[in-house]
Design a protein. Structure first.
Lengths: 123, 169
């Protein structure tokens, strides 16, 4: 019985181990970030310091609104008026470099970046 | 009855069922931090067709379903996501089915994983954010789970309809 499925179990097992290994590596390599970057429609529109606690209302298109909260070096969307509210419900707080929160209906991506990136004065 | 007509009718039924599954897919929201993550129930009919009928029909079912689902309850963007996923998934499933003795379940799982990889590719390009690729390991695991569910269901359907002769051979 088990022999019949040996190759199948082997392949799925290898894929699973590979995925778990990748998750571990990604979590180990990630450093705590310094800034929160807001990307609207693939363009960077704003940048906030993770060390300063603040609440920001993001509004780039019509009545679309997401409320971004920065607290204890973590960023989080606490409120949104999009239909699915996935960005509020499904994403927790983010704090590490490269982590992001995506709001597809509003075309907004919130991303954590490291300290080395230059601070954009315009935004 | 004309074989050709019979085949069109059978494919039409399969496509309609897969459309229903697509709709069901869009209703089920999975509580994970990945936007647009779906169960992929529509692929039940693709895997089923691949085994019950043939490769060509599986491709037909997959693409007509994508186009119709896009028109009925999707957008150009969601069509694009589905298209790249479907091309990758179908290609690998067909190759593996032809060249290896892997079971239906395994092939379904690999198909689901390829679907997810395709959608990550589109997301990286469309949103111009390479970091989305970091979701890959998580999406491989969800792919294994949804692929297993899809595989079990299409296998059940396959076994259940085994005795039915479609009269196409």
């Amino acid at each position: 019985m088990l022999k019949k499925y040996r190759n199948d179990l082997l392949i799925i097992g290898i894929i699973l181990i590979f995925a778990v290994f990748l998750i571990l590596i990604i979590n180990l390599v990630r450093k705590p970030g310094s800034y929160v970057v807001v990307i609207y429609d693939s363009k960077e529109v704003a940048k906030y310091d993770l060390n300063i606690d603040q609440t920001i209302i993001l509004n780039y298109q019509n009545d679309d609104q997401n409320i971004l909260e920065i607290k204890n070096k973590k960023a989080k969307i606490i409120e949104a008026n999009c239909p699915d509210k996935l960005c509020v419900k499904n994403f927790g707080a983010i704090s590490k470099e490269g982590e992001s929160i995506v709001c597809l209906p509003h075309k907004i991506v919130i991303k954590i970046v490291g300290p080395n990136k230059e601070i954009d004065v315009v935004s | 009855m004309n074989k050709h007509l019979k085949k069109i009718a059978i494919l039409a039924i399969i496509i309609v069922i897969s459309l229903l599954f697509s709709y069901l897919d869009s209703l089920i929201i999975i509580p994970l931090p990945i936007p647009g993550l779906k169960m992929g129930l529509a692929n039940i009919m693709v895997v089923y067709t691949l085994y019950k009928l043939n490769i060509k029909d599986a491709i037909i079912v997959s693409f007509i379903r994508l186009i119709l689902a896009g028109i009925l309850f999707g957008s150009i963007v969601s069509f694009l996501y589905g298209l790249v996923g479907a091309i990758l998934s179908l290609t690998l499933m067909i190759i593996l089915k032809k060249l290896t003795s892997l079971k239906m379940l395994t092939i379904s799982i690999i198909g689901a994983i390829m679907h997810n990889i395709g959608q990550i590719l589109v997301a990286v390009i469309l949103m111009n954010t390479a970091e989305i690729a970091l979701y890959l390991p998580l999406l491989i695991i969800t792919g294994i789970i949804s692929g297993l569910a899809v595989g079990i269901l299409s296998r059940l359907l396959f076994e259940y309809t085994k005795k039915i002769n479609l009269g196409l051979d």
